[in-house]
Design a binder for this molecule. Structure first.
Ligand SMILES: [Zn+2]
Length: 65
């Protein structure tokens, strides 16, 4: 993956800088130490809370008003 692209990424938790850990194939936040997986070159930056919010949003779209 392009390393320059990583400079645009920040931690969704604390807006800290992320660094790609080659050995772990993960992004690590330099501020809070949280780690995010990189799947097929795509960084997955959703926190558990945000992932839950997204799932609730999707569920609410399906339900009739
Ligand atoms: Zn962070």
């Amino acid at each position: 993956m392009r390393k320059e692209y990583l400079n645009l990424l920040v931690c969704p938790e604390c807006k800290g800088k992320l660094q790609y850990m080659d050995s772990e194939k993960q992004l690590k936040c330099m501020e809070c130490g949280k780690k995010y997986p990189v799947i097929d070159g795509i960084p997955v930056l959703l926190s558990e809370k945000e992932a839950g919010d997204v799932l609730r949003d999707i569920a609410s779209y399906d339900s009739p008003q």
